[in-house]
Design a protein around this ligand. Structure first.
Ligand code: 5GP
Length: 190
């Protein structure tokens, strides 16, 4: 069985990555890695579907047990990728998509040099702010924090293999599909 490919996607929050990924994930060859987090669920988010929502203590125990492929702290909460389900899906030949922030991506870059890293940029910080405010799922204080975080994250785009600007959504989706197809066709070197 041909092993699946590992694809890492980072994008400042409010970048429209959810919409892009939902298009890609219509293809059953792609598996979306459900992360663990200590943040509170947003309205409509389901445990085990959007995230595994964990208590801080449980998350820290999993860190001690080396259960994470990577993890990071982001805006006062932990986020992490559990190793076991990723390995299971890669071995089954699925292409696995990790949607994680820049510190986690850096860890994957070191641990899994075969992974492909994709960065999605918003057209501008102003557009990002408008999108976050329109989404209305966060308080103004959290939005400001996320904007500051996004500005910092956007400086890391050149540490990725591909960078896609999400200005016109349909074009960003096409760009992502093109990269994903190229990754699929890439020869496994192991
Ligand atoms: P949100 O709270 O908006 O769902 O996610 C906040 C940030 O955490 C986003 O940049 C998202 O990509 C990142 N994130 C989600 N899951 C993980 C994970 O498993 N590991 C890391 N390092 N970051 C994650």
């Amino acid at each position: 069985m041909k092993r699946g490919k590992l694809i890492v996607v980072s994008a400042p929050s409010g970048c429209g990555k959810g919409t892009i990924l939902s298009e890609i994930l219509k293809n059953p060859k792609y598996y979306y890695s459900v992360s663990a987090t200590t943040r509170q669920p947003r309205k409509g988010e389901k445990d085990g579907v959007h995230y595994r929502f964990l208590q801080k203590e449980t998350f820290e125990n999993l860190i001690q047990e080396d259960a994470f492929l990577e993890y990071a702290s982001y805006c006062d909460n932990y986020y992490g990728t559990l190793l076991a389900p990723i390995e299971e899906h890669l071995s089954a030949g699925d292409n696995v998509i990790l949607e994680i922030e820049v510190k986690g991506a850096e860890q994957i870059r070191k641990k899994r040099p075969d992974a492909t890293l994709i960065f999605i940029q918003p057209p501008s910080i102003e557009v990002l702010r408008q999108r976050l405010e329109k989404r209305g799922t966060e308080t103004q204080e959290v939005i400001d924090k996320r904007i500051a975080q996004a500005e910092e994250e956007m400086t890391h785009w050149n540490e990725y293999d591909y960078c896609i600007v999400n200005d016109v959504l349909s074009e960003a989706v096409e760009d992502f599909k093109a990269v994903a197809r190229a990754v699929e066709l890439k020869v496994n070197q192991e």
